[in-house]
Design a protein around this ligand. Structure first.
Ligand SMILES: NC(=O)c1ccc[n+]([C@@H]2O[C@H](COP(=O)([O-])OP(=O)(O)OC[C@H]3O[C@@H](n4cnc5c(N)ncnc54)[C@H](O)[C@@H]3O)[C@@H](O)[C@H]2O)c1
Length: 441
């Protein structure tokens, strides 16, 4: 595929944000306009792997910039629905065949978390660029392998943490990075609580589902509907609960604002607030984790509607409120940011006063999918490349490990290991079922 540029409209994207964002920011921080349009025969050919809710959503967004020519799923019903939505797309059940196809330029990977890395590795090694749904990985070791593979193959990989392409989050991070709050002392992230439920009964495997393939590298178990589509994210076999599911959004923003998205915390202390029910979802639905960074900055991360650690909360959400979001705190006040263009501060001047010329400005993207295709064309890094996706989710993985152990762990973000802690280091990589291990690639 030849490199060229793509046109997309920023005006529409910024319409809602413009109502709430200060004029100085809108005028000084627009994502760069893209000039030329691609000729129809230079549109990237897209394969969707994982055709559930998010995959179909991503593929619809991507179809503005390229053509969906292939769909792949291990559930024949989801595959048929995607083939119906993207008429003419070839159907696949094995992602390796998709990656082998010379008729595919780009892979969108929207499978469950435990499948992300194997598919991403195979795709980049087959010369494809990848839009990789968050959380980027299932384990820290997977992330290290993926970072190396993307570098080796010189592919574009955009991690799907799309809050990076939301101007409201960018504004919050720019203000924080430029010292608007003074030296940040604390950041708080509130993540939606998970599901609490069980015990669940086994059921016959639906005829349309290849349950063995769906389980992949995990330890095989009898089919339980609540383990499979959508709800997989509440089981440690397939995910890290909402700590990774939503931490890949809000902890990612916390690290961006702190300027720590190339590193990670040095310790984490975790506590489930609700014990999972035996035979039910295994990731605790409610929890809290305290991270500390090398410079002493504290990061309190907890599920919503729990407020038992970290002292009084100055901004939203207060005790019992259900909002999720990120709050930065320093000697000059606090800033709270979340979705829906919501940015609040202890003093409105903290937002309305323009940043001085010469202030540090962050990579500006107002459309995550457009930014990916722009990178595919230009070969310049996207806003959320593999290194950042890996670091953001590593922070979450460290939090999950602290929760699983129910105690403090000491993380070395340079060595990417726990210090003298064999019990914690066991979770850095996962055991794989041989048929679905790295050897299958
Ligand atoms: N960026 C966001 O805001 C956002 C929002 C929702 C979901 N997601 C992410 O998207 C991913 C999918 O989530 P979902 O809610 O759509 O889940 P889902 O269960 O609805 O869909 C996953 C699909 O992948 C299929 N699949 C499983 N293993 C496969 C394999 N080896 N090859 C091909 N297909 C396979 C499943 O059969 C299913 O159709 C998750 O990682 C989730 O975290 C991101």
């Amino acid at each position: 595929m030849s490199a060229s540029t793509i046109r997309y409209s920023r005006r529409g994207l910024l319409k809602t944000a413009a109502a709430t964002l200060p004029t100085w920011f809108l005028e000084s921080s627009l994502a760069p306009a893209l000039a030329a349009e691609k000729s129809p025969n230079a549109r990237p050919r897209i394969a969707l792997v994982g055709c559930g809710g998010m995959g179909q959503h991503d593929a619809r967004l991507a179809s503005k910039f390229g053509d969906v020519v292939a769909v792949c799923d291990v559930d024949a019903a989801h595959l048929a629905a995607a083939a119906e939505a993207f008429k003419g797309a070839e159907k696949f059940t094995d992602f390796r065949k998709v990656c082998d196809s010379s008729g595919v330029d780009v892979v969108i990977n929207a499978t469950p978390d435990h499948w992300h890395t194997l598919i991403n590795l195979r795709a980049v090694r087959s010369g494809k660029d990848v839009y990789a749904e968050k959380p980027l990985t299932f384990s820290i070791d997977e992330g290290k392998r993926l970072v190396a593979a993307v570098k080796e193959t010189d592919r574009i990989l955009q991690d799907g943490s799309q809050q990076r392409s939301d101007p409201t989050f960018r504004l919050a991070c720019e203000l924080v990075r430029n010292g608007r709050l003074g030296r940040v002392e604390r950041v708080r992230t509130w993540l939606p609580s998970g599901l609490h439920g069980g015990p669940f009964a086994t059921a016959p495997v639906p005829p349309e589902l290849d349950w063995d393939f769906w389980q992949g590298q995990t330890r095989p178990v009898d089919y339980v509907p609540e383990r499979c589509h959508v709800k997989f994210r509440y089981w440690y076999d397939y995910s890290g609960g909402t700590m990774t599911d939503w931490g890949a959004h809000h902890n990612d923003i916390a690290l961006w604002g702190l300027g720590k998205d190339h590193t990670g915390p040095v310790s984490a202390e975790g506590r489930p607030l609700v014990e999972p029910i035996p035979g039910g979802f295994t990731a605790p639905s409610q929890y809290e984790v305290k991270f500390v960074y090398a410079d002493g900055v504290e990061h309190f991360c907890r599920s919503t509607s729990a407020n038992t650690w970290g002292g009084g909360v100055q901004g939203r959400p207060g005790p019992g409120e259900k909002y999720h979001g990120v709050q930065f705190e320093g000697p000059e006040g606090w800033l709270y940011v979340t979705r829906g263009d919501k940015l609040e501060a202890s003093d409105p001047d903290l937002i309305s006063a323009p940043l001085p010329s010469g202030a540090e400005r962050l990579y500006a993207s107002d459309d995550h999918m457009a930014n990916f295709f722009e990178s595919v064309a230009s070969r310049k890094p996207p806003i959320c490349p593999v290194q950042i996706g890996h670091r953001s989710v590593s922070c979450c993985h460290v939090g999950v490990i602290a929760l699983r152990l129910g105690r403090k762990v000491h993380w070395d973000p340079d060595a990417e290991q726990f210090a003298d802690d064999a019990e914690a280091n066991k979770y850095v990589a996962r055991e794989q079922r041989q048929e679905y291990s790295y050897e299958m690639l």
